[in-house]
Structures are given as structure tokens and as C-alpha cells.
Design a protein around this ligand. Structure first.
Ligand SMILES: Cc1cc2nc3c(=O)[nH]c(=O)nc-3n(C[C@H](O)[C@H](O)[C@H](O)COP(=O)(O)OP(=O)(O)OC[C@H]3O[C@@H](n4cnc5c(N)ncnc54)[C@H](O)[C@@H]3O)c2cc1C
Length: 397
């Protein structure tokens, strides 16, 4: 048998980690990554956190060009894959190539859920998924412009902070009654809201958007109560939709994303999926760390190893508004048995408990402060475990 050709569709974090895992297991393999975006794989997370930094710097690349060359991984950037022919194991690209594969991996990621509202197609309504989106947004910005962010999830909050730091007037609108509803409870959201307001960002909670006003370009955002927030730009961030089109064309099993098992295999032999495009145990994670891990597992299995994906503990760390906070594990009060709140003058921490053990924690503090809690969750410690009591006492003093 000749050397295997592993083809990966989509050039981002899942793809890079898969390619590395393949190379680690198969020294002789041919590995090709086809990515629609024009550049080498980069750190997408920076598009909101570092919106006003140099997004074209080599510093945001996941790996430098030289690394791919050393690993003998071919990256074909700016090339869209338009079809898969599973029956003869080939793919077709937009520039007319037909490429044969032995094993295929779909790392096609996701796109942003579209805003469906009157005015959503006006000029200066933006959403950020690709570097190109960030570039065009920045090209349209004028000094003194006012920005309205629709969606108060982590990405919306981080984008708001980037604009605020860059000196723009920012308003953030969230339909539910708290910011970052997936990560924070009401109290933590209230603390964050106060800190955002103190630094000049206007926060509207529990307010749906009726429409975006303007004739050619954005002039304002009209809320459900009829009030209008004047602004020159709208940036929305209201969730993601996995890119499943290629998979659908060849009849793979699809839920929200491409269904995969713990080995990252799809319903078709020799075709795998990983990252934001994949759905594992009824869930599309939509997280950087998960895409990394799923990519590694897929790559290793494609190259003959036998490893299983175990969902990583969801960890959100945010440093926005000079208010470091963390949310780890299961923090849904409707699902957990109970919770314990530790509140002193300076901080707020809430531990969520299921079957007697800590299953999630929300707290204000940096990555370092979150570590003991992460360990406690992983080890299944009880809330009164001596290790944890000590930490809490130390924090209190
Ligand atoms: C602004 C922003 C901020 C974020 N912040 C965080 C954060 O703080 N923490 C966190 O955990 N996650 C964050 N995320 C999510 C995180 O970036 C994703 O979970 C991660 O990038 C998923 O990686 P992926 O490899 O699955 O796919 P993606 O990064 O979505 O990349 C998929 C790639 O495949 C390409 N592609 C798709 N179809 C084709 C095709 N047919 N042919 C060729 N190429 C194709 C796309 O062009 C794209 O380049 C953020 C995302 C965004 C947009």
C-alpha cells in the first residue's frame, strides 16, 4: 500500500490539530488542508478580543508557515471545496481540481447566525467570523461613530470592550435578563453590568430589537418598547450555525452539526468531522478548546490510533472591562441540585452542586484564581472538602 493521503477541508484550529496528530502517527502520510480563507490558519478568537490589534501579524497564526513546511503539511489557502464524491473518494475544488483521498476530515466550522430583522441588510450592519469581516468593519469606522452591539454573549461583551477601549461610544443589547446568559447567573451578570456601565458602555437587558433604522446605512436601533438608540454601526453576535452543506450533499447524518461518535467518525466510512461543524452527543460545542481536542482525536484515529473524545470541561475566562471572571463547568441553577454563594466585599463566587459534588463555579478572578475550582470539579470534590475550604478561607482573608 502506498502512502495514505489525508485530506482536511477547512483551515482552522481543528484542521491544524488534526494534521499534527496525523503526522505524529504517520510519518509518511501526505496531508493536505484546503481552506477557503486566504491566509494560513489563525486564531479566530482574536477577532473580537483583539479587534483593534494588527490582525495581519504573524503573531495571530496558529502555526507559522515554516512549521507546516517542516511537518510536510500542504496548506492550500483561498481554495473552497465545492463537492465530495464519497463513492470514488475524491473532492472537487472551486478552482477545478479533483483530489483523491484515503481519509477525509470535515473541519468546515460554523458561520454566524444571521440577524433576521427589518434593516439587517443596511450598510454598516456587521458580524465578525472571518478576518475579512473585521477588516471591512474597521475600514468603515469613522472617529466619533457610535456602535450598537446586538447580543450580550461572551463574544458581544468582548467586542464591546474592544470598541470601548478604542474610544468609541458603545451600547450593548441583550434580549435576556442577563449578560453572558450561558456562563453567568443574575448576580454575576449584575456585577459585570455595573463594571461595564462604570467604564462608559450602555447596557440594555431584557430588551428585544424591533428593527434597525436607516435608508441606505444604519442610523439607529429601535427597541421593542419603541425607543431608538442612535448609532452609525450595528455589530451582531447571536450564535452560530455549523457548516454542514458538503456533508448534507453526500447524505451524512446531520443534527445541528455533522453527527460524530467519540472517535469523530461520521456516518460514512473514512469520513470524519471535528470542531464547530461537528455534533457530539447532541451538542455542538462551538469552542476553541473543543475544536482543538476534537481535531487531535480525529487525526489520531484517521491515522490508525484508537482514542476517544471526552468532552472537555467548558471553561470561559474573560478579562473584559478590567473585570476578570471565570465560569467553569455546569452553572445552570435549573439543572444543579443546589449552590453555595460566597460573597465578600471584593468578590462573588458561586459553586454549583450536583449529587453532592461541585459541578460548576462562577467567580470573579483571573485564570490563576479559577484553577483550584477547575481541579475541584475535575476531582469531584464536595463543597466542604478541606482543600477547598482552605482556598476559600485564604481568599476571604
Ligand atoms: C470573534 C470570535 C470570537 C471567539 N471567541 C471565542 C472564545 O473566546 N473562546 C472560545 O472557546 N471560542 C471562541 N470563538 C469560537 C472559536 O473561534 C471556534 O470554536 C473555533 O474557531 C472553531 O474552529 P474550527 O476549526 O471548527 O472552525 P472555524 O474556526 O470556524 O474555521 C472553519 C474554516 O473552514 C473554512 N471552510 C468552510 N467550508 C469550507 C469549504 N467548503 N472549503 C474550504 N474551506 C472551508 C472556513 O472558511 C474557515 O476558515 C470565537 C469565535 C469568533 C468568531
Amino acid at each position: 500500500m502506498g502512502n495514505q493521503h489525508y485530506v482536511i477541508i477547512g483551515g482552522s484550529v481543528a484542521a491544524v490539530n488534526a494534521a499534527k496528530a496525523i503526522r505524529d502517527h504517520d510519518e509518511l502520510a501526505e496531508i493536505s488542508i484546503y481552506g477557503e480563507e486566504a491566509s494560513f490558519p489563525y486564531n479566530r478568537v482574536k477577532l473580537s478580543k483583539g479587534l483593534f490589534t494588527d490582525l495581519h501579524s504573524d503573531k495571530i497564526l496558529i502555526k507559522k508557515e515554516k512549521w507546516f513546511a517542516n511537518q510536510r503539511i500542504h496548506v492550500y489557502s483561498g481554495i473552497k471545496v465545492t463537492a465530495i464524491h464519497a463513492e470514488d473518494c475524491t473532492i472537487e475544488t472551486a478552482n477545478g481540481q479533483t483530489v483523491a483521498y484515503d481519509k477525509l476530515l470535515l473541519c468546515t466550522g460554523a458561520h454566524n447566525r444571521k440577524l433576521v430583522l427589518d434593516g439587517a441588510s443596511l450598510r454598516n450592519v456587521h458580524n465578525i467570523r472571518f478576518r475579512q469581516d473585521a477588516d471591512s468593519l474597521k475600514a468603515e469606522l469613522r472617529q466619533e461613530d457610535r456602535i450598537c452591539i446586538i447580543g450580550g454573549g461572551i463574544q458581544g461583551v468582548e467586542t464591546a470592550w474592544s470598541f470601548q477601549q478604542a474610544g468609541y461610544a458603545v451600547t450593548i443589547l441583550e434580549a435576556s435578563h442577563r449578560l453572558m446568559p450561558r456562563q453567568l447567573d443574575e448576580k454575576a451578570s449584575a456585577i459585570l453590568t455595573d463594571r461595564m456601565t462604570e467604564r462608559g458602555t450602555q447596557v440594555y437587558l431584557g430588551q428585544g430589537v424591533q428593527r434597525i433604522t436607516g435608508t441606505d446605512h444604519v442610523e439607529g436601533v429601535e427597541l421593542e418598547d419603541g425607543s431608538v438608540i442612535p448609532c452609525e454601526h450595528v455589530v451582531y453576535s447571536i450564535g452560530i450555525v455549523p457548516n454542514t452543506e458538503l456533508a448534507r450533499q453526500i447524505g451524512l447524518d446531520i443534527g445541528h452539526g455533522i453527527l460524530v461518535n467519540a472517535q469523530m467518525e461520521t456516518s460514512s466510512a473514512n469520513i470524519y468531522a471535528a470542531g464547530d461543524a461537528a455534533e457530539f452527543q447532541s451538542k455542538v460545542d462551538g469552542l476553541w478548546e473543543s475544536a482543538m481536542e476534537q481535531g487531535k482525536i480525529a487525526g489520531a484515529n484517521m491515522a490508525g490510533a484508537s482514542v476517544s473524545y471526552q468532552r472537555t470541561l467548558p471553561v470561559t475566562l474573560s478579562n473584559c472591562y478590567e473585570s476578570p471572571l471565570f465560569s467553569i463547568g455546569l452553572v445552570d441553577e435549573h439543572v444543579c441540585d443546589t449552590s453555595l454563594i460566597n460573597k465578600n466585599r471584593a468578590s462573588y463566587t458561586r459553586m454549583f452542586i450536583q449529587n453532592g459534588s461541585i459541578c460548576g463555579v462562577i467567580g470573579f478572578g483571573d485564570a490563576l484564581a479559577s484553577l483550584p475550582y477547575k481541579t475541584a470539579i475535575i476531582q469531584g470534590l464536595k463543597p466542604d472538602a478541606p482543600e477547598l475550604t482552605k482556598i476559600l478561607n485564604d481568599k476571604e482573608n
